[in-house]
Design a protein around this ligand. Sequence first.
Ligand code: PGA
Length: 250
Amino acid sequence: MRRPLIAGNWKLHKTRDESVALVTALKAAVAGVDSCDILVAPPFTALAVLAPLLAGSNIQLGAQNCYPETTGAFTGEISPQLLKDAGCSAVIVGHSERRQLFAEDDAFINRKVKAVLAAGLTAILCVGETLEERENGEILDVLTRQTKGGLAGLDATVLQNVVIAYEPVWAIGTGKTASNEDAQEVHSFLRGLLRGSYDQATADNTRILYGGSVKPDNVDGLMAQDDIDGALVGGASLKAEDFARIVRFG
Ligand code: PGA
């Protein structure tokens, strides 16, 4: 019912030439794969270079961030409209690195989600607790606040263009992953939140990705969980072979 999505978040890596090399290798490695949606989110500078290479392929192009205005005096920022113009179909919003390093709060992230949807793009909304919040028993409160805050004011009809990514902060870039069971429990909780805020159909249809040290050797177990609908992959998305193996989970 929910088509899996495997998304690669390249973060601050890859020149244009390196991006072309990675995408060229990746295209070959995932040619013919039709069991899931595949997306890469390179740095802004590579977007317009990669768009023609990816056109007509089974790999979609996404951005890692945006600013929630269309045009104007916002030096250094980029709008969803410009990302669409560069060839993107999705934007990652509210990644924990943005929340932690750039002090983005739920209200600002909510504006971004709305701006991304208004531009006709898919919003990949990241949520996730820190280790401290987990140890203090605040995990469900944090996830509720981030999910409801990020989706505030959106009605069910636009949720079809929203993907949630659960990324426990302590698992990002650390080599530690949530156990399959712990991840499933959180995903099931998040789906319950969607059911409560919207309805059963929205909960059933919204994809919830897991992120945080997803690798070729742990993806299969994660993807076998009922409520895990894909992965947001950082480090392992920088190697075509590893990312292709993740795309070919099974
Ligand atoms: P990681 O990053 O796979 O390197 O842990 C995931 C992410 O930050 O999206």
